[in-house]
Design a protein around this ligand. Sequence first.
Ligand code: CMX
Ligand code: CO
Length: 142
Amino acid sequence: MLTRIDHVGIACHDLAATTAFYRDTFGFEVAHEEVNEEQGVREVMLRVNGTDDGEASYLQLLEPTRDDSPVAKFLARNGEGVHHIAFGTSDVAGTAGAIGGHGVRVLDAQPRAGSMGSRIAFLHPKDCGGVLTEIVQASDRR
Ligand code: CMX
Ligand code: CO
């Protein structure tokens, strides 16, 4: 069902500064930047490995666009750091349904729009050992 790590989401206050740190210190390539208003984030995807073909892995740097967003709330409580982990699948709706069948709360009954044209669904951290978990179906275009 889940076949790879798609990305690790990292919450930050200053997207430009955090992007520069990961690019210049670790040498990761900036693959993509976008604003996702539904999720309340401005985000940068830094490619760790692969070639944007649906099999690559990324760091997803997240800066909130509004104070009531999940990432703003997380930053206020915890400060900067790892916010979620995202696993890849070829069928986000089917995989979310199967995981929900194990008693895990699926936060998105209908998959939503994620980075780079992907479809995503979140699982409640309290049902996943304290880890906010995202399921990602990469875009065919990616
Ligand atoms: N990781 C682990 N635990 C988390 C968490 C996170 N990222 N965010 C919240 N929690 C925990 C809190 O610590 C808190 O625990 P306690 O009750 O023990 O104190 C509990 O969950 C409730 O926290 P809250 O601050 O009241 O937050 P909410 O219940 O309002 O929201 C959640 C939590 C997971 C439902 C919400 O953040 C959500 O819907 N997230 C999914 C969407 C998202 O994160 N979008 C941004 C990323 C977009 C992308 O990746 O593309
Ligand atoms: Co994510």
